[in-house]
Each structure stands twice: as C-alpha cells, then as structure tokens.
Design a protein around this ligand. Sequence first.
Ligand code: SF4
Length: 384
Amino acid sequence: METAIRSKAFETFAEVAGAIMNPAVREWRAQGKQVVGYFCSHMPTELLMAAGLLPYRMRGTGSDGTELSDAFFSSINCSFPRHTFNLALKGEYDFLDGLVCVSSCDHIRRVYDNWKQNLNTPFLKIMSLPKKVGDPQVDWYLEEINILRTELEQHFNVQISDQRLRDAIKLRNETRRLQRQLYALRKEKHPPINGAETLAVMVAGSAMPAEQYNPLLHSLLEDLQQANGNTGKTDYRARLMIVGSELDDPDYVEVIEQQGGLVVTDSICYGTRTMWVDVDEQAADPVEALARYYIQERPSCPRMNGDQPRRQKFLQDMIREFEVDGVIGERMLFCDFWCAEHYMNKMDLKEVGVPFLQLDREYITSGKGQLMTRIQAFLETMGK
Ligand code: SF4
C-alpha cells in the first residue's frame, strides 16, 4: 500500500494488516499465552479478553488460491470462507488454540462444519446468533454468552469473573474511542488519512492485543495531528462512503482512491459497525451489557431482520456527518443478505438524491481494470 503517512505506529499497523501471522501474535505466544480465532463482528471479543486470550479475527489475507478448500464448499459459497479455510488447510492458522464461530450465515456454518471435520484446533465452538434485535433476542444471546463463558473457563482453566469482564469492556471501549477519533479526522476537508490507510489500522486492531494496539493508535493520532496540513488529502474528486460486509483488503480501497474517490467513512464489518457505540460500562451485569450491545445497540448488519430502517438512518447520518458525495455498496458474490440490503440502499438513497454504486466482488481483489472503469464512470455520473 502506498502511503505518505510518516509514523512508526502506522508502519506496524500496515504490517499487521498485511499478513496472517504478525510480530504481536508471535510475542503473545512466546509469553505462553493463547489465541482464539473468530469470524464475525457479533463475537463478544471482551469475553475472550477477560479469559486472558487474544481474539484474532479470521481473514484470508495473502491467499492466492482455493485449491484445497474447493472440495469442501458448494459452487454458491462465497469466496471469503473458501480462501480463509484454504489457508487453514495449508497450516497458516495452526497458531490458533481455539476457534469460535457464530451462526452468521450458511457460508460460515460450513466453515465450522469443515473445520471440525478436518482440523485439530483444541477448542471449537459455534454460538447461536438470533435473527432479530429485540429484548427476547438479547436474553437469548445472554444465555449463549454465559454458555461460552463456562466452556472457556473449563477448557482454558481460567476464571472469567465479572471484574475481569468489566476490565475487558473498558479496554475494548478505549479502542473504540481512539478509532472514533481517527474517523473524526476524516471529516476534515483535507483529511490526514485516507480510506485504505484507515482500513489497515482497523484490520490491525483485530489481530493484536488491545494493550499494545491502543497506545500505538494513540501515537498514530498524535503523528497525524502534527503532520496535518502537510499530508492532508487535497487531490480527490469526491468524498465516498463504503457500505458492505467483510472488506479487509486495503488494496481494494486503494484502487477506488487512485481514481480520485476519497473514502471518508463506511459501514463495513471492520469499520464503524464495530466501534461507533460503546458497551455500557456501568451496567449491573456485564454479560447483559455485552448481549445488549452485540444484538441491539451497535449499528446492525443485514444479518439482523427487521432493523433496516435503523440501518438506513445510520447510513444517512454518516452521509451528512462526513459530507459524503456518493456511496459504494460492496457485496461478495453469493451473499444473500447484502444483495437485498443494497437493493433497498439504492432505493432509499435515490429518494434523498445520493448517488449509489453497487459493486459485486470476490474476496481477493481481482479484476482491477473493471473496478477502475466502474469507479471512473461513477465519479463522472456525479459530475466530479
Ligand atoms: S460475505 Fe455474506 S455470505 Fe459471505 S461470509 Fe460474509 S455474510 Fe456470509
């Protein structure tokens, strides 16, 4: 990734985002500590942190094929599980001491089934994720979290006390607060950081301990504030927002930005949906606070039924707050949730006069020429 940012902290984030294994994980393991992978932003990572485990968000970074995993998936499974499971079959995820899936979608369910059948990760668990965002579903997820809490305690021989949970919630909220500060810089007319660079920072946050990530992010914020005016982005044609799912590749955003579209905000699985609101630190029961947060309070994704009006409001609030000229809806091929959601996004945004472009894609960034042409045409239709 090309960058004009002069910051040691940013170099670390780019390195962590660019590979599966990174120095922070190596150091963590060298201290005798354990790592647990997870697939979806509905995973209450605070629970893993409270157990003394490093939560590691699964991705297929660096994958260049699906030759081993193809046999395990049908032709209509999306390429994200294919690439990630292929890396697992090649041994790239052998550093995991556990994997926790939630029943996000059939594609991820298949990863869980195949993982169980073919790999020997010591702790393996799937949580049942409700389909709606009401109080009964909060109660349901609370039970799921409590079951996971007990199973983690038994398997890893730890005690996850309420106090440890509260400490983890505070630490993770601190990450969210710093990430929101980073996003606030992008509201400026000449933001000191672009969308590809921001995505690298966000992805890094899912693959290193918060105790290490938070001070580094703090130092990046200082570097950006000091450099502002010298490295602010001035040569863009339009301010864009990306809406979609599992986008963890800064290069994809870089292609968009090379055409002149500066990505200033998002609603994606690695972006605002993970940090725009905090978990309640004052709640009487920290498990209930987590259940309420992950089911009801954070910005939802189309995996959750009946919440589209709230998602639409979130999108339009973002457009106003970040002075967005146009929205790109990215969707991985065969993802049903985002197919329906982007259809509604298109209709809703048309009503308020905001240009919208839907881009279907494969997990690894391919067909760059076509992507460039689509973005150029989009900017031109906006008169930019
Ligand atoms: S992109 Fe859609 S279908 Fe594919 S794993 Fe993510 S949510 Fe599931």
